[in-house]
Design a protein around this ligand. Structure first.
Ligand SMILES: NC(=O)C1=CN([C@@H]2O[C@H](COP(=O)(O)OP(=O)(O)OC[C@H]3O[C@@H](n4cnc5c(N)ncnc54)[C@H](OP(=O)(O)O)[C@@H]3O)[C@@H](O)[C@H]2O)[C@@H](O)CC1
Ligand SMILES: Nc1ncnc2c1ncn2[C@@H]1O[C@H](COP(=O)(O)OP(=O)(O)O)[C@@H](O)[C@H]1O
Length: 272
């Protein structure tokens, strides 16, 4: 496939314009609750990283729903997370999910709750069950699997494949890489500038948390404006890349160090 070039570069000013800033009259529920169904006995760390990233991006509450091992680890790291069931304004599903031991019914029920969702890792194939806006966050191998094509083809023309995936699946697609491409209905955005040091395990799990928090805090708007999920997805990639640059300072980074930079990146953006 030949590569398309009509993706618009997403800027810091663009990002600042879509971040929800809490108002004096807000409480935790009016800010938005993010439900997170991620992690597994095989990949418990993905759950910890997604929760950490969401809380540090800013959200009214995180409800984490998952197996005992990742739940315990999430609570050890973040007692702020709530593991009791309840209402949410957006879902993050699939990072670190073990597809061989996945229980589909509760995931499909979550996708039918009428709130926007992020699908990542082991839940990307559930896109067809979504009844509300959904953002997929694959890397090139995952997108190739989802579309049943060769990963090399996706790597050669990522923008075109992001566009095609969005059109075919009826979803907003954020394709991760050195440039991140976001394609949604009538909208195509690109985000560059993250350091290559970001190519390290767990980076995508944190991106899911950042995006989940942004979606939960703009949930009603995202349901009403079909292009807002793409703008929020590009904003998540931009925040994530800036936090990576700060954590890296020209050298290696760990994902918890990236997460520690998220609050100051968000603060600097909304101060603009
Ligand atoms: N901390 C956590 O909990 C983390 C959890 N994570 C979670 O893990 C899940 C799976 O995510 P993923 O990106 O690994 O998925 P995927 O595209 O299927 O990759 C498999 C491909 O990679 C290749 N491959 C493997 N080893 C290779 C090697 N040494 N050198 C070269 N190639 C190698 C392998 O090729 P093969 O070995 O079969 O030839 C195969 O093609 C997902 O749910 C994610 O969220 C991650 O985010 C990490 C942090
Ligand atoms: N060479 C690179 N330069 C900049 N960013 C990168 C590079 N490679 C990967 N990334 C970013 O790192 C993250 C990797 O996510 P992912 O592939 O899902 O990793 P993991 O599954 O280990 O969490 C994405 O946000 C991607 O855009």
């Amino acid at each position: 496939m030949s590569e398309v070039t009509d993706f618009t570069a997403w800027t810091s000013a663009d990002a600042a314009s879509v971040i929800a800033v809490p108002r004096p009259e807000d409480d935790k529920y009016s800010r938005g609750v993010l439900g997170i169904r991620t992690g597994s006995d095989r990949y418990p760390g993905a759950a910890v990283l997604g929760v950490e990233a969401a809380l540090r991006t800013g959200v009214g509450m995180v409800r984490y729903v998952g197996p005992a091992r990742p739940s315990d680890l999430v609570l050890q790291r973040r007692p702020e997370a709530v593991t009791a069931p309840g209402r949410v304004q957006a879902w993050l599903i699939g990072s670190g999910m073990d597809a061989d031991h996945r229980e589909d019914a509760p995931l499909i029920a979550a996708l039918d709750e009428g709130v926007p969702s992020v699908l990542d890792g082991g839940a990307l194939d559930l896109v067809r069950h979504a009844t509300s806006p959904v953002v997929l966050t694959p890397h090139f191998r995952e997108l190739a699997r989802l579309l049943d094509t060769d990963p090399g083809e996706v790597a050669l023309a990522p923008a075109s494949w992001a566009r095609r995936a969005s059109d075919e699946l009826g979803a907003t697609v954020l394709l991760k890489g050195t440039t991140t491409y976001v394609a949604g209905p009538g909208i195509a955005l690109s985000v560059t500038g993250a350091p290559a040091w970001l190519a390290t395990a767990g980076a995508g799990d944190a991106l899911g948390g950042v995006l989940g928090a942004l979606l939960a805090t703009r949930s009603t708007d995202a349901a009403a404006d079909e292009q807002l999920p793409a703008r929020l997805a590009a904003t998540a990639a931009l925040i994530h890349g800036h936090a990576a640059a700060r954590a890296s300072a020209g050298g290696p980074l760990t994902i918890l160090d990236l997460c520690a930079q998220l609050p100051s990146v968000v603060a600097d953006l909304v101060r603009q």
